[in-house]
Design a binder for this molecule. Structure first.
Ligand code: ADP
Ligand code: MG
Length: 229
């Protein structure tokens, strides 16, 4: 599903250079739930942004589903992102003026799908995620755990092949975080999704089938935690 070969990312700001990734190679089979763990500044978000086609590597190659996204032009990248990828973020990234249901369907609306076709599917997802009757609530009427579950529904509505999660429990207490992880785990297993989740939290990282550690932009460890389902 993912083939990263010798991926380097250097950020330049004026005269300073930050080498965020130092030649990372990584191969992730379809259906695997990969956790990437590392301390703050180790390059986790950089790696995830590259996998999510939100940024391009300085050098190295990145293939997803056999497509070399590191060579895609911008318009193909955004199309690929919309069709094949789902994202979950630490701060949920819900739009405050929209209801939960509207937040869930927004990305698909923007890619030209019809509201009438999206709403029943979105409602079903919210219901499956324990948010029945919450579809017309706005984010400020929801708890952190509920907001993240809305974000998971939004990420899954387009039926992506790859789910990318950046510190999905970073803004949740530990009990709620564990619940959200279980939800992500179950929902992605059912759909046979490939998942890459980055986190600084050792306990959260354990949810994965496999754990890769990042240290100062280098891959520092790679452990199989359980056989993929
Ligand atoms: P993590 O997510 O593991 O905390 P990041 O991938 O965000 O780490 O950052 C890795 C390194 O790259 C850090 O030293 C960070 O300061 C630097 N960095 C990240 N994004 C940028 C950017 N847009 N411009 C300059 N430096 C950056
Ligand atoms: Mg980060």
């Amino acid at each position: 599903m993912i083939e990263a070969v010798d991926v380097v990312k250097v950020y330049r700001r004026g005269k300073t250079e930050v080498r965020a990734l130092n030649g990372v190679s990584l191969s992730v089979p379809r259906g695997q739930f990969l956790s990437i763990r590392g301390s703050s500044g180790s390059g986790k978000s950089t790696m995830l942004n590259l996998l999510g086609a939100l940024d391009v590597p300085t050098s190295g190659t990145l293939r997803i589903e056999g497509k070399e996204i590191s060579r895609f032009p911008d318009d193909e990248l955004s199309q690929f992102r919309r069709d094949r990828l789902g994202f979950i973020f630490q701060f949920f990234n819900l739009l405050p003026t929209l209801t939960a249901l509207e937040n869930v369907i927004l990305p698909e609306l923007l890619s030209g799908k019809h509201r009438d076709a999206l709403e029943p599917k979105a409602k079903l997802l919210l219901e499956q995620f324990g948010l029945k009757g919450r579809g017309d609530h706005r984010p400020d009427e929801l708890s952190g755990g509920e907001m993240q579950r809305v974000a998971v529904a939004r990420a899954l509505l387009s039926e992506p092949a790859l789910l990318l999660a950046d510190e999905p429990t970073g803004n949740l207490d530990s009990k709620t975080g564990t619940e959200v992880l279980r939800l992500i785990r179950e929902a992605t297993r059912e759909r046979q999704l490939t998942v890459v989740m980055v986190t600084h939290d050792p306990k959260a990282a354990e949810v994965g089938d496999r754990l890769v550690r990042l240290q100062d932009g280098n891959r520092a460890g790679d452990d199989l935690l359980r056989a993929a389902a």
